[in-house]
Design a binder for this molecule. Sequence first.
Ligand code: SF4
Length: 573
Amino acid sequence: MIFNIEVNNKIIKAKRGDSILETLRRNGISVPTLCYMEGFTPTGACRMCVVEIEGKNELVPSCSHPVEEWMKIHTHSPRVINARRTIVELLLSSHPDDCLYCIRNKNCELQNLAEELGIRERRLPVVKKTVKKDPSSVSIVRDTDKCILCGRCVRVCKELIGISTLDFIGKGMKTIVAPTFNNRLNVSNCINCGQCLMVCPTGALHERDNISQVQEALQNPEKYVTVQISPTVSVSLAEEFNIRTGKEMDGILVATLRRMGFDKVFKTAFAADIMLLQMVDELADRLANNERLPMFSSDCPAFVKFMEEYHPDLLPHLSVCKSPQQIMGSLIKHHFAREQKVKAEKIFSVSLEPCTAKKFEAHREEFTTKGISDVDVVLTTREIARMIKLYGLDIQQSAPEMADMPFTIRSSAAKITGTGGGIVEALYRSLYYKLTGKSLVNFKIASLRNNKNIKEFTTKIGKYKLGFAAVNGLGNLHELIKQIKAGRNDLQFIEVMACPGSCVNGGGQPIGHSREVVKARTKTLYDIDEKESIKVSYRNLSVTELFGKYSGKEKDSFFEKFTTTYQKREVPL
Ligand code: SF4
């Protein structure tokens, strides 16, 4: 039901069942928020969004108060502004004054609010916190001093990811947000997806910064520095430079990385084609033997850690394929090093990813041979953007360049693996060929190209009736796993990506983006798929050529480098 209300002396339309905040936003009236997140249950905890309602003594939080017919609302009266200013002043009284050194400087919601509300001096006494930083995780740093207890990370970890690593601990002034038993992150059940830090309004949660390690390697004449670019980094980097959202920056990024001094620039999507072909072989074998079905994708390290912690009984169902990052890392340190006659220990291998969990993945002991890691450092999209700025490079002045052979050609199937449902779609194209010997005519699967968190697709290939599912946002997986454990057997392959919307929306991507931005990144990837001619992994002739270089025993050990193992992990609960 639609009715009128009065806001700041103007009549606007409101809808029964909406909150005041939703009504205001729909009518283009801006009210500041801190704890509020669209799509999550509002708590009204921070009270930043308070408004004045005529006839009510108390100010009310607009995020959790329903709009009603008789209302006359004031969103920016002196009383409301005073209340908001006091809230920010209270938060600042216990917040460190180190904005200039903070990773979120100029991109901090608390800083922005202090600026918007014209706070120019400290009126309230300083309340010193004594909580230490937690730098234990290789992916995420927790700086509790900067936490304003908005609870966004707690809700994302619980409602979106479904594992509740972070929660409120303690009471009153001693309340903090921390993992269970106030453990350090590296010994918690954290899966490193980084979705918590994407919603953190301050610098209380942020990625571990590895820029200085890469700088050192670039300055070291003894080091041969390679870099691989993940497919979704190039469609989000533009946002960090105020260039059109969703613009494909692939060639420009390659040129910029060369200007920074990287010896070779490769594309991770080349390795994604290898992963897809390996997964297709593995799935075809499992179908033939009717074993370990459904098969789960294994290229999201956050999902892999989740399975190791919570469902070790299902680990045999995970594909044994390494992720594209690790396949490429292994190719660089073994195949490429041998071909170029460069010692593997001289190579410093950098990976650019949309993901904080990939930092953890690179550190897994399975990916180190005789003390040599396949990937030395992982930088997120945000970090490579910071590094480009640090080097004073004007990215807009770079003319696009091709990446380096032999790891530059890719199919468009590999490029869409970073979208929700993209792995199923890409894998299906090659699976169809594997099982029938024929090429598909229609490559696009409409039921996989939408914003749903769980997408399913059924088809018949030869004698097999096949069910595929794509789950994006780990919190959506729990019910499906219950069904599988209870005997559901109509699914043969399941893509699971921890982040909602998959890697285009990963925890290493630019902060502060909207759903529209994620849609724009996804659209760019689909457009690339639409217009390019190599749409399937088995048509990547560079991969075919690479495979053809190995035979006999060498071939076995070459292909073994694309597979991995998993381990059961204890979870402190
Ligand atoms: Fe990383 Fe992608 Fe998994 Fe998110 S969905 S944790 S970005 S691999």
